[in-house]
Ligand binder design. Sequence first.
Ligand SMILES: Cc1cc2nc3c(=O)[nH]c(=O)nc-3n(C[C@H](O)[C@H](O)[C@H](O)COP(=O)(O)OP(=O)(O)OC[C@H]3O[C@@H](n4cnc5c(N)ncnc54)[C@H](O)[C@@H]3O)c2cc1C
Length: 306
Amino acid sequence: MFIMKNYKQETEYFLKNKFEGDFLINEPLTNHTWYKIGGPVDFLVYPKNLIDLKNILSFCLTGQIPVYFLGLGANILINDQGLRGVIIKLSGYFNFIEKSGDLLKVGAGTLLQDLIIFCEKNELGGLEYLSGIPGTVGGALIMNAGIDKGVISDVVEEVLCLDIDFNELNLKKSEISFGYRSAPELQDKIIFSCFLKFTHQDEEKLRKIRLEQLEKRRKTQPVEYPSCGSVFKRPTGYFAGKLIEDAGLKGFRKGDAMISDKHAGFIVNLGQAKAKDVKYLIDKIQDVVLEKFNVLLEPEVRFLGF
Ligand SMILES: Cc1cc2nc3c(=O)[nH]c(=O)nc-3n(C[C@H](O)[C@H](O)[C@H](O)COP(=O)(O)OP(=O)(O)OC[C@H]3O[C@@H](n4cnc5c(N)ncnc54)[C@H](O)[C@@H]3O)c2cc1C
């Protein structure tokens, strides 16, 4: 893509003079991904409100400056060279939970785990099985995050977002074909909030489920290391982790990136792993599993800058 020659000076000028939110220049993305991996981005911005968001989007569109969105960075692998352009993170103004009749209106930047605790305290059932999944509500909607017992789309009523022309849309649940880790109609949108509907559930029961889920994760997943969760989607009829383990790849290492010896579906960062090491292991797993079992594993993790 063509980027105007002096775009860094122009962008800095815009951010200092016409943008109301906060911003960081040349910010290392190790600070913004669960993996603790990723080179610097030219600009990382936090819009103050919806108008601010539209303004920065419009500025980038006019200047043909690449724009990326980041939630908590829990399902992202960003390259070691970093990214030219602007990353937008929705927090602050986009981090809220409000009661709205029998629904909750929730900002896209709200942490999923904060929402789950809020629901527990207010005896609202529906998201408790998502306990322990790191991320924002926006990121969870894009991924239709969850487990076999529940996904975020179970509680969705409406998603409020911008389309590529920055028009505000209220997409009803029936207009989004949520599937396993997918929400096709949301992929080219910028989600800023949503309406969610819950059922009454006893606080103690919700708490019990939440603590059980956390304990289950602690026992079966390498939560002590940075990762992106399950690297691959579950292939029909198989479990990715089992295929990787059966292929003899558990514990296989490249630099500080390792196929977890606790759960082979995870690639963990043992300390100083590079994106290229993780990517090498992802490619290796795909090749070996395809050769041994004739199954092509599809990454669940999203790649930026590759
Ligand atoms: C230890 C661990 C365990 C995990 N377990 C699970 C699990 O059990 N189930 C599961 O489903 N996932 C799991 N994950 C993956 C991850 O937690 C989810 O995918 C989560 O929903 C990602 O949210 P995020 O805010 O971090 O999104 P990010 O990783 O920041 O972004 C994901 C995608 O969403 C886009 N995006 C983010 N916010 C917006 C927005 N407001 N508007 C438009 N686009 C946006 C980004 O551009 C990117 O393409 C796990 C991850 C880890 C590290």
